[in-house]
Design a protein around this ligand. Structure first.
Ligand SMILES: [Cu+2]
Length: 344
């Protein structure tokens, strides 16, 4: 039963509650952010490059869209796990259910009082007892072998191309890029237009669905092994992105590690998945997967560098502040948004 529990838990990793009405975003109105250093840089210091244009999410990709089952997977591991769930676990469940139901119906009909007035007084049958012990054992082995193969693949990461430290906070995420200049991104949920004061930035369809769109995205390169080191500053959170088959607890004082290698560019959404307090439901994760050149441009816009490159500036990296776009004027986000978050 323990093995079965493991398998069910694994199979459930990809499921996330359909929190959003999954409005299909139509128009892409990417926010072009221009880096505005907080302090005047030294004359010799080149100004950080402008940030990349964030892509609009693709309907049905990386977003809960009302379909039942596991989200489309964009990692090889996720595809393996999804196939294991859909083509093996569900199949076995169905066969066992039909077999047991058939056995029950046959017994009820064949051995009803009218058809079988003198019941058998058999109490032991060695052959049947051997069968009903062996068959469940074989069922468990058939579940355990692919499960263990999957777990082994998940926990033996290839050498990382990019390492990102993911930190859970009540109630927002911070992402650090220690090998790319050590800068930090603070990501808060974007509120709806009706919930913000005039002039504040609010969510648009280009940002993502309600409750899933974040003001800053976790940007990673496509086709590269990305290692996530996951921890927390306060209580236990959980970093979960269903389309990557990723869900790992963020524990204070511990470093948990997982990895992804995403095969297709796009925007993928996840959420904190460990009850972490009053605003647990409002700390989404928005991941944008981009080609390597775009990733490097994005790194530069945040004051970072590609791994191995010499830092371009001696001043501490400065986070880019979003520029106003149309009537949806962006508001400067505080570096640490604790106070702003707590008021919500
Ligand atoms: Cu949380």
């Amino acid at each position: 039963m323990k093995l079965m529990g493991w398998a069910i838990a694994l199979a459930a990793i990809g499921l996330s509650p359909a929190v959003a009405s999954a409005q299909a975003p139509q128009a892409a109105s990417p926010q072009v952010t221009t880096a505005t250093p907080a302090a005047a840089p030294a004359a010799a210091t080149p100004a950080p490059a402008p940030s990349i244009d964030y892509a609009a999410p693709t309907p049905g990709v990386g977003i809960p869209d009302g379909r039942a089952g596991i989200q489309d997977q964009v990692t090889a591991l996720g595809q393996q796990a999804k196939d294991f769930h859909n083509n093996w676990l569900l199949l076995m469940c169905a066969v066992i259910c039909v077999f047991v139901l058939g056995l029950l119906l046959w017994t009820m009909f064949r051995y009803r009082r009218g058809a079988n007035p003198t019941p058998s007084r058999t109490s032991h049958n060695t052959a049947i007892e051997v069968v009903w012990t062996l068959v469940p054992v074989l069922v468990l082995v058939a579940i355990a072998l692919p499960s263990i193969r999957l777990i082994r693949a998940q926990y033996s990461p290839p050498p990382a191309d990019v390492t990102i430290k993911v930190i859970g906070n009540q109630w927002y995420w911070t992402y650090q890029y220690p090998d790319n200049g050590g800068f930090e991104i603070v990501a808060n949920m974007l509120k709806e237009k009706k919930d913000v004061k005039p002039g504040e930035r609010y969510r648009t369809d280009a940002d993502g669905p309600p409750l899933l769109a974040a003001d800053e995205r976790l940007v990673i390169p496509v086709g590269k092994v990305v290692k996530f080191i996951i921890t927390s500053n306060d209580v236990i959170h959980s970093f979960a992105v269903p389309a990557f088959w990723t869900k790992l607890d963020a524990n204070p004082g511990r470093l948990n590690e997982t990895w992804v290698k995403v095969d297709r560019p796009g925007v993928y959404f996840g959420q904190c998945s460990e009850l972490c307090g009053a605003r647990h439901g409002f700390m989404p994760i928005a991941v944008e997967v981009v080609p390597e050149a775009t990733f490097n441009a994005w790194l530069a816009s945040k004051g970072g560098t590609p791994e191995g490159a010499k830092p371009s500036t001696e001043a501490p990296p400065v986070l880019a502040a979003p520029a106003p776009t149309g009537d949806n004027a962006a508001v400067e986000q505080p570096a640490i948004n604790q106070a702003a978050t707590a008021q919500n």
